[in-house]
Write a protein that binds this ligand. Structure first.
Ligand code: PRT
Length: 109
């Protein structure tokens, strides 16, 4: 499981379970305690750090910063009451739309 997408589902569940946990022993609980603005700020910071790693061509940093971004984005979802299934549904909807677009352009040609 450690290198499969299931790790993301397990991480999200852990993050959601940290609501109401002790901020002194859980970093996630400390983020919830600091509030939505702090969580949003962390997502922005991690996104910028990932972008910088890409520009610097630092592959290890891209991997590490991507993990940080996933984690903080999941905290943001949990704080906002958004479920991963909603994002999967959105992606599937877009996949369906792009499939239709490809079909349409194939039919034209
Ligand atoms: N995946 C992560 C994870 N990724 C990154 N981080 C933390 O995110 C922080 C990012 O570092 P920064 O230097 O940007 O932030 P900082 O200066 O430490 O903190 P701020 O004052 O900016 O908030 C670090 O403290 C990391 O430990 C994470 N903290 C927790 N998890 C997982 O979340 C789950 C719950 O963890 P706890 O809430 O700690 O029990 C567990 O599965 C953990 O492995």
């Amino acid at each position: 499981m450690s290198n499969s997408p299931e790790v993301l589902e397990a991480l999200f569940q852990t993050i959601r379970d940290r609501k109401g946990a002790n901020p002194e022993t859980s970093y996630t609980a400390s983020l919830y305690a600091k509030g939505t603005k702090k969580i949003a700020q962390k997502v922005g910071e991690e996104g910028v750090e990932l972008a910088l790693a890409a520009v610097q061509g630092d592959r290890d940093e891209i991997v590490s910063e991507s993990a940080d971004l996933f984690y903080h984005m999941f905290v943001l979802w949990a704080d906002a009451g958004v479920e991963p299934s909603e994002i999967y549904a959105k992606l599937a909807e877009r996949e369906g739309l792009s499939g239709l677009t490809e079909k349409a352009s194939r039919n034209k040609g």
